[in-house]
Design a protein around this ligand. Sequence first.
Ligand code: CMC
Length: 392
Amino acid sequence: TGMFTYDTGYLSTASCKSSITYIDGDKGELWYRGYPIEQLAENCDFLDTCYLLKNGELPNAAQKEEYLTSIKKHTLLHEQLAKFYQGFRRDAHPMAIMAGVVGALSAFYHDGMDISDQAHRDVSINRLIAKMPTIVAMAYKYSVGQPFMYPRNDLDYASNFMYMMFATPCEEYKPNPVLAKALDRIFILHADHEQNASTSTVRLAGSSGANPYAVIAAGIACLWGPAHGGANEACLQMLEEIGDVSRVPEYIKRAKDKNDSFKLMGFGHRVYKNFDPRAKLMRQTCYEVLTELGLENDRLFKLAMELERIALEDEYFIEKKLYPNVDFYSGIVQKALGIPTSMFTCIFALARTIGWITQWNEMITDSEYKIGRPRQLYVGPARRDVKPVEQR
Ligand code: CMC
Protein backbone atom coordinates (compact mmCIF):
# COMPACT_ATOMS: atom_id res chain seq x y z
CA THR A 1 0.00 0.00 0.00
CA GLY A 2 2.99 2.26 0.43
CA MET A 3 1.60 3.45 3.76
CA PHE A 4 4.06 1.54 5.90
CA THR A 5 7.82 1.17 5.99
CA TYR A 6 8.83 -2.39 5.12
CA ASP A 7 11.72 -3.34 7.38
CA THR A 8 11.97 -7.08 7.83
CA GLY A 9 14.53 -7.96 10.51
CA TYR A 10 14.19 -4.37 11.87
CA LEU A 11 17.45 -3.34 10.25
CA SER A 12 16.57 0.35 10.33
CA THR A 13 13.79 0.70 12.90
CA ALA A 14 14.29 1.99 16.43
CA SER A 15 11.47 0.37 18.38
CA CYS A 16 11.85 2.51 21.49
CA LYS A 17 13.84 5.15 23.32
CA SER A 18 15.99 3.68 26.05
CA SER A 19 18.50 4.97 28.58
CA ILE A 20 19.77 1.56 29.70
CA THR A 21 22.42 0.16 27.34
CA TYR A 22 24.55 1.68 24.59
CA ILE A 23 26.47 -0.23 21.89
CA ASP A 24 28.95 1.22 19.39
CA GLY A 25 29.58 -1.68 17.03
CA ASP A 26 32.37 0.02 15.06
CA LYS A 27 34.38 0.97 18.10
CA GLY A 28 33.51 -2.24 19.97
CA GLU A 29 32.01 -0.42 22.95
CA LEU A 30 29.29 -1.50 25.35
CA TRP A 31 28.00 0.62 28.24
CA TYR A 32 25.38 -0.07 30.90
CA ARG A 33 23.85 3.25 32.04
CA GLY A 34 26.95 5.02 30.69
CA TYR A 35 29.52 2.79 32.42
CA PRO A 36 31.88 0.88 30.08
CA ILE A 37 31.50 -2.87 30.46
CA GLU A 38 35.25 -3.23 31.16
CA GLN A 39 34.98 -1.08 34.30
CA LEU A 40 31.90 -2.89 35.51
CA ALA A 41 33.52 -6.30 34.97
CA GLU A 42 36.63 -5.14 36.84
CA ASN A 43 35.08 -3.33 39.80
CA CYS A 44 31.54 -4.61 40.30
CA ASP A 45 29.70 -7.84 40.87
CA PHE A 46 26.56 -9.09 39.16
CA LEU A 47 24.18 -7.75 41.81
CA ASP A 48 25.80 -4.28 41.55
CA THR A 49 25.11 -4.58 37.84
CA CYS A 50 21.49 -5.60 38.43
CA TYR A 51 21.00 -2.64 40.77
CA LEU A 52 22.61 -0.32 38.23
CA LEU A 53 20.54 -1.55 35.32
CA LYS A 54 17.29 -1.40 37.27
CA ASN A 55 17.85 1.88 39.15
CA GLY A 56 20.17 3.80 36.84
CA GLU A 57 22.94 4.25 39.44
CA LEU A 58 25.41 1.98 41.18
CA PRO A 59 24.52 1.29 44.82
CA ASN A 60 26.42 2.83 47.72
CA ALA A 61 27.32 0.51 50.62
CA ALA A 62 24.00 0.97 52.46
CA GLN A 63 21.96 0.58 49.29
CA LYS A 64 23.89 -2.57 48.40
CA GLU A 65 23.21 -4.05 51.82
CA GLU A 66 19.51 -3.29 51.56
CA TYR A 67 19.40 -4.67 48.02
CA LEU A 68 21.09 -7.94 49.05
CA THR A 69 18.54 -8.37 51.82
CA SER A 70 15.63 -7.80 49.47
CA ILE A 71 17.03 -10.33 46.97
CA LYS A 72 17.94 -13.00 49.55
CA LYS A 73 14.40 -12.88 50.90
CA HIS A 74 13.20 -14.41 47.64
CA THR A 75 15.72 -17.11 46.74
CA LEU A 76 13.49 -20.07 47.74
CA LEU A 77 11.03 -21.50 45.27
CA HIS A 78 7.52 -22.38 46.45
CA GLU A 79 7.47 -26.11 47.35
CA GLN A 80 4.53 -26.63 45.05
CA LEU A 81 6.66 -25.31 42.19
CA ALA A 82 9.38 -27.82 43.06
CA LYS A 83 6.77 -30.52 42.33
CA PHE A 84 6.18 -28.95 38.94
CA TYR A 85 9.54 -30.34 37.78
CA GLN A 86 8.37 -33.92 38.34
CA GLY A 87 5.97 -33.52 35.41
CA PHE A 88 8.84 -33.20 32.94
CA ARG A 89 10.79 -36.04 31.39
CA ARG A 90 14.28 -36.35 32.83
CA ASP A 91 15.75 -35.87 29.36
CA ALA A 92 13.75 -32.69 28.65
CA HIS A 93 15.88 -29.77 27.43
CA PRO A 94 16.46 -27.52 30.46
CA MET A 95 15.27 -24.50 28.44
CA ALA A 96 11.90 -26.23 28.00
CA ILE A 97 11.70 -26.72 31.77
CA MET A 98 12.78 -23.14 32.39
CA ALA A 99 10.19 -21.62 30.08
CA GLY A 100 7.50 -23.68 31.83
CA VAL A 101 8.56 -23.01 35.42
CA VAL A 102 9.14 -19.28 34.91
CA GLY A 103 5.76 -18.94 33.19
CA ALA A 104 4.20 -20.76 36.14
CA LEU A 105 5.57 -18.22 38.66
CA SER A 106 2.56 -16.04 37.87
CA ALA A 107 0.34 -18.82 39.26
CA PHE A 108 2.08 -18.51 42.65
CA TYR A 109 3.12 -14.96 43.39
CA HIS A 110 -0.03 -12.88 43.17
CA ASP A 111 1.16 -10.01 45.31
CA GLY A 112 3.36 -8.52 42.60
CA MET A 113 0.87 -8.57 39.77
CA ASP A 114 -0.47 -5.00 39.70
CA ILE A 115 1.83 -3.75 36.98
CA SER A 116 0.58 -0.16 37.35
CA ASP A 117 2.14 -0.07 40.84
CA GLN A 118 5.94 0.38 41.05
CA ALA A 119 6.04 -1.37 44.45
CA HIS A 120 4.42 -4.43 42.90
CA ARG A 121 6.76 -4.31 39.93
CA ASP A 122 9.77 -4.06 42.25
CA VAL A 123 8.71 -7.16 44.20
CA SER A 124 8.31 -9.16 40.98
CA ILE A 125 11.65 -7.93 39.66
CA ASN A 126 13.48 -8.90 42.88
CA ARG A 127 11.73 -12.26 42.89
CA LEU A 128 12.83 -13.00 39.35
CA ILE A 129 16.47 -12.07 40.02
CA ALA A 130 16.49 -14.07 43.25
CA LYS A 131 14.75 -17.18 41.95
CA MET A 132 16.35 -17.58 38.55
CA PRO A 133 19.50 -19.37 39.85
CA THR A 134 17.28 -21.67 41.93
CA ILE A 135 15.09 -22.45 38.93
CA VAL A 136 18.06 -23.19 36.63
CA ALA A 137 19.91 -25.30 39.20
CA MET A 138 16.76 -27.32 39.92
CA ALA A 139 16.34 -28.02 36.19
CA TYR A 140 19.88 -29.41 36.21
CA LYS A 141 19.43 -31.47 39.38
CA TYR A 142 16.22 -32.90 37.97
CA SER A 143 17.94 -33.89 34.72
CA VAL A 144 20.69 -35.83 36.55
CA GLY A 145 18.30 -37.36 39.07
CA GLN A 146 19.88 -35.73 42.12
CA PRO A 147 17.98 -34.09 44.99
CA PHE A 148 17.37 -30.35 44.79
CA MET A 149 19.77 -28.28 46.86
CA TYR A 150 18.14 -25.33 48.59
CA PRO A 151 19.70 -21.88 48.18
CA ARG A 152 22.29 -20.74 50.69
CA ASN A 153 21.95 -17.07 51.49
CA ASP A 154 25.33 -16.92 53.22
CA LEU A 155 26.97 -17.29 49.80
CA ASP A 156 27.27 -14.65 47.11
CA TYR A 157 25.02 -14.88 44.05
CA ALA A 158 27.36 -16.90 41.81
CA SER A 159 28.69 -19.14 44.61
CA ASN A 160 25.15 -19.94 45.71
CA PHE A 161 24.31 -20.93 42.14
CA MET A 162 27.37 -23.21 41.96
CA TYR A 163 26.38 -24.72 45.28
CA MET A 164 22.83 -25.48 44.09
CA MET A 165 24.24 -26.95 40.86
CA PHE A 166 27.12 -29.03 42.15
CA ALA A 167 26.67 -29.77 45.84
CA THR A 168 24.97 -32.95 47.05
CA PRO A 169 23.69 -33.79 50.55
CA CYS A 170 26.42 -36.48 50.78
CA GLU A 171 29.52 -34.36 51.13
CA GLU A 172 30.92 -30.96 51.94
CA TYR A 173 31.02 -28.59 48.97
CA LYS A 174 32.91 -25.33 48.83
CA PRO A 175 32.53 -23.19 45.72
CA ASN A 176 35.95 -22.25 44.32
CA PRO A 177 36.17 -18.41 44.53
CA VAL A 178 38.12 -18.09 41.26
CA LEU A 179 35.48 -20.09 39.43
CA ALA A 180 32.61 -18.26 41.15
CA LYS A 181 34.13 -14.94 40.08
CA ALA A 182 34.36 -16.20 36.49
CA LEU A 183 30.71 -17.21 36.57
CA ASP A 184 29.76 -13.85 38.05
CA ARG A 185 31.58 -12.21 35.16
CA ILE A 186 29.65 -14.32 32.64
CA PHE A 187 26.48 -13.00 34.31
CA ILE A 188 27.66 -9.36 34.09
CA LEU A 189 28.64 -9.69 30.43
CA HIS A 190 25.25 -11.17 29.49
CA ALA A 191 23.11 -8.86 31.63
CA ASP A 192 21.80 -6.64 28.83
CA HIS A 193 22.40 -5.93 25.15
CA GLU A 194 19.75 -3.36 24.19
CA GLN A 195 17.05 -4.35 21.67
CA ASN A 196 18.15 -7.86 20.64
CA ALA A 197 15.52 -10.42 19.61
CA SER A 198 14.63 -11.71 23.08
CA THR A 199 14.52 -8.24 24.64
CA SER A 200 12.30 -7.00 21.82
CA THR A 201 10.11 -10.06 22.46
CA VAL A 202 9.86 -9.12 26.14
CA ARG A 203 8.88 -5.55 25.29
CA LEU A 204 6.30 -6.64 22.74
CA ALA A 205 4.79 -9.25 25.07
CA GLY A 206 4.75 -6.72 27.92
CA SER A 207 3.16 -4.00 25.81
CA SER A 208 -0.18 -5.80 26.08
CA GLY A 209 -0.07 -5.48 29.85
CA ALA A 210 0.94 -9.12 30.41
CA ASN A 211 2.42 -9.91 33.84
CA PRO A 212 6.21 -9.84 34.37
CA TYR A 213 6.60 -13.61 34.74
CA ALA A 214 4.73 -14.30 31.51
CA VAL A 215 6.84 -11.67 29.79
CA ILE A 216 10.13 -13.25 30.94
CA ALA A 217 8.90 -16.68 29.83
CA ALA A 218 8.42 -15.15 26.35
CA GLY A 219 12.01 -13.85 26.43
CA ILE A 220 13.29 -17.30 27.37
CA ALA A 221 11.40 -18.88 24.47
CA CYS A 222 13.01 -16.45 22.01
CA LEU A 223 16.50 -16.79 23.47
CA TRP A 224 16.44 -20.55 22.91
CA GLY A 225 17.04 -20.27 19.14
CA PRO A 226 20.52 -21.14 17.77
CA ALA A 227 20.96 -17.75 16.07
CA HIS A 228 20.63 -16.08 19.49
CA GLY A 229 21.32 -17.63 22.89
CA GLY A 230 21.77 -21.10 21.44
CA ALA A 231 25.09 -20.11 19.78
CA ASN A 232 27.30 -20.97 22.77
CA GLU A 233 25.93 -24.51 22.73
CA ALA A 234 26.50 -24.72 18.95
CA CYS A 235 30.08 -23.51 19.44
CA LEU A 236 30.93 -26.31 21.86
CA GLN A 237 29.31 -28.87 19.56
CA MET A 238 31.50 -27.55 16.73
CA LEU A 239 34.64 -27.94 18.84
CA GLU A 240 33.64 -31.53 19.66
CA GLU A 241 33.08 -32.18 15.96
CA ILE A 242 36.48 -30.80 14.95
CA GLY A 243 37.86 -33.05 17.66
CA ASP A 244 41.59 -32.52 17.20
CA VAL A 245 43.99 -29.60 16.67
CA SER A 246 45.22 -31.24 13.48
CA ARG A 247 41.82 -30.71 11.87
CA VAL A 248 41.58 -26.96 12.59
CA PRO A 249 43.02 -25.84 9.21
CA GLU A 250 40.50 -28.06 7.41
CA TYR A 251 37.59 -26.38 9.24
CA ILE A 252 39.01 -22.89 8.71
CA LYS A 253 39.13 -23.72 5.02
CA ARG A 254 35.53 -24.90 5.11
CA ALA A 255 34.41 -21.69 6.89
CA LYS A 256 35.96 -19.64 4.07
CA ASP A 257 34.45 -21.73 1.28
CA LYS A 258 31.48 -19.95 -0.31
CA ASN A 259 29.98 -23.28 -1.41
CA ASP A 260 30.09 -24.72 2.09
CA SER A 261 27.40 -23.60 4.56
CA PHE A 262 29.69 -24.26 7.53
CA LYS A 263 30.43 -21.19 9.65
CA LEU A 264 32.77 -20.85 12.59
CA MET A 265 30.39 -20.80 15.53
CA GLY A 266 31.24 -18.08 18.02
CA PHE A 267 32.67 -15.82 15.31
CA GLY A 268 31.10 -12.72 13.78
CA HIS A 269 28.37 -10.37 15.02
CA ARG A 270 25.62 -8.26 13.45
CA VAL A 271 26.54 -5.13 15.41
CA TYR A 272 30.19 -5.55 16.41
CA LYS A 273 32.55 -5.06 13.48
CA ASN A 274 35.46 -4.76 15.85
CA PHE A 275 36.35 -7.05 18.72
CA ASP A 276 33.21 -7.77 20.81
CA PRO A 277 34.20 -6.04 24.09
CA ARG A 278 32.52 -8.83 26.03
CA ALA A 279 34.63 -11.41 24.18
CA LYS A 280 37.86 -9.64 25.22
CA LEU A 281 36.84 -9.84 28.86
CA MET A 282 35.58 -13.39 28.51
CA ARG A 283 38.83 -14.48 26.92
CA GLN A 284 40.81 -13.16 29.88
CA THR A 285 38.43 -14.98 32.25
CA CYS A 286 38.81 -18.08 30.13
CA TYR A 287 42.59 -18.14 30.60
CA GLU A 288 42.19 -17.53 34.34
CA VAL A 289 39.77 -20.41 34.71
CA LEU A 290 41.81 -22.84 32.63
CA THR A 291 44.94 -21.99 34.62
CA GLU A 292 43.10 -22.36 37.94
CA LEU A 293 41.87 -25.79 36.90
CA GLY A 294 45.15 -26.84 35.29
CA LEU A 295 43.32 -27.40 32.02
CA GLU A 296 45.69 -25.49 29.73
CA ASN A 297 46.52 -28.77 28.04
CA ASP A 298 42.99 -30.09 27.74
CA ARG A 299 42.28 -31.31 24.20
CA LEU A 300 39.18 -29.18 23.57
CA PHE A 301 40.67 -26.05 25.07
CA LYS A 302 43.89 -26.34 23.11
CA LEU A 303 41.78 -26.82 20.04
CA ALA A 304 39.73 -23.67 20.77
CA MET A 305 42.85 -21.59 21.34
CA GLU A 306 44.39 -22.86 18.11
CA LEU A 307 41.19 -22.05 16.22
CA GLU A 308 41.20 -18.54 17.64
CA ARG A 309 44.88 -18.03 16.81
CA ILE A 310 44.57 -19.17 13.20
CA ALA A 311 41.32 -17.29 12.55
CA LEU A 312 42.64 -14.03 13.98
CA GLU A 313 45.64 -14.21 11.62
CA ASP A 314 43.65 -15.26 8.57
CA GLU A 315 43.03 -12.69 5.85
CA TYR A 316 39.42 -13.80 5.28
CA PHE A 317 38.45 -13.19 8.90
CA ILE A 318 40.42 -9.94 9.12
CA GLU A 319 38.89 -8.57 5.94
CA LYS A 320 35.32 -9.48 6.91
CA LYS A 321 35.90 -8.19 10.44
CA LEU A 322 35.00 -11.52 11.98
CA TYR A 323 36.17 -11.63 15.55
CA PRO A 324 35.32 -14.13 18.26
CA ASN A 325 32.08 -13.10 19.97
CA VAL A 326 31.12 -13.57 23.63
CA ASP A 327 29.72 -17.04 22.95
CA PHE A 328 33.04 -18.43 21.75
CA TYR A 329 34.73 -18.07 25.14
CA SER A 330 31.71 -18.31 27.42
CA GLY A 331 31.03 -21.85 26.21
CA ILE A 332 34.61 -22.86 26.97
CA VAL A 333 34.51 -21.29 30.43
CA GLN A 334 31.19 -22.90 31.25
CA LYS A 335 32.45 -26.28 30.12
CA ALA A 336 35.51 -25.85 32.34
CA LEU A 337 33.24 -24.95 35.26
CA GLY A 338 31.50 -28.29 34.78
CA ILE A 339 28.27 -26.87 33.38
CA PRO A 340 26.84 -29.27 30.78
CA THR A 341 26.50 -27.92 27.25
CA SER A 342 22.71 -28.20 27.28
CA MET A 343 22.61 -25.74 30.23
CA PHE A 344 24.58 -22.94 28.53
CA THR A 345 21.53 -21.12 27.20
CA CYS A 346 19.88 -21.34 30.64
CA ILE A 347 22.88 -19.52 32.11
CA PHE A 348 22.43 -16.84 29.45
CA ALA A 349 18.72 -16.57 30.34
CA LEU A 350 19.51 -16.35 34.05
CA ALA A 351 21.88 -13.44 33.43
CA ARG A 352 19.71 -11.67 30.83
CA THR A 353 16.65 -11.68 33.09
CA ILE A 354 17.74 -8.38 34.68
CA GLY A 355 18.11 -6.79 31.24
CA TRP A 356 14.73 -8.08 30.09
CA ILE A 357 12.88 -6.98 33.20
CA THR A 358 14.60 -3.58 33.32
CA GLN A 359 13.64 -2.95 29.70
CA TRP A 360 10.08 -4.00 30.54
CA ASN A 361 10.01 -1.67 33.54
CA GLU A 362 11.36 1.19 31.44
CA MET A 363 8.66 0.59 28.85
CA ILE A 364 5.84 0.47 31.43
CA THR A 365 6.96 3.80 32.90
CA ASP A 366 7.41 5.51 29.53
CA SER A 367 4.59 8.00 28.92
CA GLU A 368 4.91 7.40 25.16
CA TYR A 369 4.43 3.64 25.52
CA LYS A 370 1.76 1.97 23.42
CA ILE A 371 0.86 -1.60 22.69
CA GLY A 372 3.31 -2.90 20.05
CA ARG A 373 1.34 -3.48 16.89
CA PRO A 374 3.37 -3.67 13.67
CA ARG A 375 1.55 -3.44 10.36
CA GLN A 376 2.19 -5.56 7.26
CA LEU A 377 2.29 -5.44 3.48
CA TYR A 378 -0.51 -7.79 2.47
CA VAL A 379 0.52 -10.01 -0.48
CA GLY A 380 -2.32 -12.60 -0.35
CA PRO A 381 -5.28 -13.13 -2.73
CA ALA A 382 -7.60 -10.26 -3.72
CA ARG A 383 -11.16 -10.33 -2.35
CA ARG A 384 -13.06 -13.44 -3.52
CA ASP A 385 -16.26 -15.29 -2.71
CA VAL A 386 -16.68 -18.64 -0.98
CA LYS A 387 -18.00 -21.28 -3.43
CA PRO A 388 -20.26 -24.17 -2.36
CA VAL A 389 -18.16 -27.22 -1.50
CA GLU A 390 -19.01 -29.15 -4.71
CA GLN A 391 -17.63 -26.30 -6.85
CA ARG A 392 -14.21 -26.02 -5.08
N1 CMC B 1 32.37 -18.02 9.77
C1 CMC B 1 32.68 -17.82 8.48
N2 CMC B 1 32.21 -16.80 7.75
C2 CMC B 1 31.39 -15.92 8.36
C3 CMC B 1 31.03 -16.05 9.72
C4 CMC B 1 31.55 -17.15 10.43
N3 CMC B 1 31.23 -17.33 11.72
N4 CMC B 1 30.20 -15.06 10.07
C5 CMC B 1 30.05 -14.31 8.98
N5 CMC B 1 30.75 -14.82 7.94
C6 CMC B 1 30.87 -14.24 6.59
C7 CMC B 1 29.56 -14.40 5.85
O1 CMC B 1 29.54 -15.60 5.13
C8 CMC B 1 29.54 -13.18 4.97
O2 CMC B 1 30.35 -13.45 3.86
P1 CMC B 1 30.03 -12.77 2.42
O3 CMC B 1 30.13 -11.30 2.63
O4 CMC B 1 31.10 -13.34 1.52
O5 CMC B 1 28.65 -13.24 2.05
C9 CMC B 1 30.22 -12.12 5.81
O6 CMC B 1 31.06 -12.85 6.73
C10 CMC B 1 29.26 -11.22 6.60
O7 CMC B 1 28.45 -12.02 7.47
P2 CMC B 1 26.85 -11.98 7.56
O8 CMC B 1 26.35 -13.37 7.78
O9 CMC B 1 26.29 -11.21 6.42
O10 CMC B 1 26.66 -11.12 8.89
P3 CMC B 1 25.33 -11.05 9.79
O11 CMC B 1 25.44 -9.79 10.55
O12 CMC B 1 24.11 -11.30 9.00
O13 CMC B 1 25.52 -12.32 10.76
C11 CMC B 1 26.09 -13.68 12.62
C12 CMC B 1 26.05 -12.26 12.03
C13 CMC B 1 26.50 -13.59 14.10
C14 CMC B 1 24.69 -14.33 12.55
C15 CMC B 1 27.13 -14.52 11.85
O14 CMC B 1 28.39 -13.95 11.96
C16 CMC B 1 27.15 -15.98 12.31
O15 CMC B 1 26.34 -16.78 11.86
N6 CMC B 1 28.10 -16.34 13.24
C17 CMC B 1 28.14 -17.67 13.81
C18 CMC B 1 27.06 -17.88 14.86
C19 CMC B 1 27.34 -17.12 16.15
O16 CMC B 1 28.42 -17.19 16.69
N7 CMC B 1 26.32 -16.41 16.69
C20 CMC B 1 26.43 -15.68 17.95
C21 CMC B 1 26.14 -14.25 17.80
S1 CMC B 1 26.58 -13.27 19.24
C22 CMC B 1 25.55 -13.72 20.60
C23 CMC B 1 24.06 -13.65 20.41
O17 CMC B 1 23.53 -12.85 19.63
O18 CMC B 1 23.36 -14.41 21.11
